[in-house]
Design a protein around this ligand. Structure first.
Ligand code: ADP
Ligand code: MG
Length: 389
């Protein structure tokens, strides 16, 4: 599938600019196996890059003017790279402007360029097409002008570009898009940014995403509220256990001992965070031992916690996970991302995928009158150059 995308993008580039691209860059979306709502709670996450990508084709324009074409949107814009960057109403262009702004802010020297890009990452479904866009574009400019920016700095500058656009995201998306490795997950310590790879050998299982195809508007307000409740929770924990600085150093027992000192909501949020951080540690052990059934059980537990204690699920996501829990061929399922819609991530025994897909799609449509979207994913490499010779 990616070969077709690469051919399509390069052919369009050649038609438009009359020459082969000087650089071709592939930049992936990402999944998160486990560790949800944990990046802002100083815990661990366990993401991976996937085999769905944005393909970029680049050349130097030999002037200050740059032309950038988004094939999927049939849209384009021009910028003068020497001029200051400003936000516009055309949102996708802001991600590009944000990256150019970051490069200028950090005093990197580059000239004009032409760029065409096209993607097979579903947009706005929680697979981080935005991080793939920022990081792939930045990676390409880095290659085209030999700027020598390290991968980790590409991720950090990509994150800052997204902040500039107005999304206050953590580092997980950009980090996994840039640093991903085939058949490996990355355990990222969100406090220190230390990371380690764990083998993710799902050979007897398929990773399938079921997209609820809904997005409830509660998302932003609930996110801010959860962040604030977690801050309150950790403050109460610190006050009573002065040696503890963050949720990762706390235990379920200690949280339970503070039940009377917390509001019901703060108690439930704190309990979820402590348990979820622990689940990421357990998940790494399970992967190291090739124990996918245990990993799957942890994923089910995460969903239960997100639904009952963290209260960020919704009827559609709960229905998907509850239905799949009853299927023997499904070893794990949970909502992935912020919640209130978007995708679930699921581990299904090989050979049973089609049956599960068919049954769930029919039931989902009967219940909600909404088409379920389905994406098969594999764990792939991070952002890289493609050699077209
Ligand atoms: P997600 O990152 O979960 O896919 P976001 O809302 O964070 O969703 O980012 C999606 C935005 O990224 C789109 O609205 C668009 O501005 C930009 N984007 C992503 N993919 C493309 C693409 N192929 N072409 C143009 N813009 C894109
Ligand atoms: Mg995004």
């Amino acid at each position: 599938m990616n070969d077709i995308l690469i051919k399509k993008t390069t052919a369009f580039f050649e038609e438009t600019f009359g020459a082969e691209p000087q650089k071709i860059v592939l930049s992936p979306g990402r999944i998160n196996i486990i560790g949800e709502h944990i990046d802002y709670n100083d815990g661990y996450v366990l993401p991976a890059a996937i085999d769905k990508i944005i393909c970029f084709a680049f050349e130097k324009s030999n002037s200050n003017t740059s032309r950038i074409i988004a094939m999927d949107l049939d849209d384009e814009f021009e910028i003068d790279v020497t001029a200051p960057m400003e936000l516009t109403d055309n949102v996708w262009t802001n991600y590009i402007r944000g990256v150019v702004n970051q490069l200028k802010k950090n005093d990197f020297e580059f000239e004009g360029f032409n760029c065409v890009f096209s993607s097979n990452i579903p947009v706005g479904s929680g697979l981080s097409s935005s991080a793939a866009l920022e990081c792939g574009f930045l990676f390409g400019i880095n290659e085209l002008f030999n700027l020598n920016i390290k991968p980790i700095d590409i991720a950090l500058m990509g994150q800052k570009a997204e902040h500039w656009v107005g999304i206050n995201c953590g580092i997980m998306d950009q980090f996994s898009s840039v640093m991903g490795q085939e058949n490996k997950v990355i355990k990222i310590d969100c406090r220190t940014l230390e990371y380690e790879y764990h083998d993710a050998n799902f050979s007897d299982y398929s990773l399938i995403l079921f997209d609820s195809n809904v997005k409830h508007s509660l998302m932003t307000s609930a996110y801010n509220e959860r962040r604030q409740q977690c801050e309150e929770g950790i403050a109460i924990i610190k006050k009573n256990y002065p040696k503890i600085n963050s949720f990762r150093d706390c235990t379920e027992n200690k949280v339970n001992s503070l039940k009377d000192k917390m509001s019901a909501a703060v108690f439930k949020r704190s309990l979820f965070v402590v348990k979820e951080i622990n689940r990421v540690v357990q998940a790494c052990k399970a992967l190291d031992n090739g124990n996918i059934e245990t990993l799957g059980r942890l994923m089910f537990e995460t969903h239960e916690g997100l639904s009952v204690d963290y209260e960020v699920s919704c009827a559609e996501l709960d229905m998907i996970v509850d239905t799949l829990k009853k299927e023997e061929a499904v070893v794990g399922s949970r909502l992935m991302g912020g919640g209130f819609g978007g995708c679930t991530i699921n581990l299904i025994k090989k050979g049973h995928e089609e049956g599960v897909k068919k049954k769930l799609s029919a039931l989902y449509f009967d219940t909600f009158g909404i088409e379920l979207k389905i994406y098969d994913v594999k764990i792939g490499n991070g952002t890289s150059l493609y050699n077209n010779n």
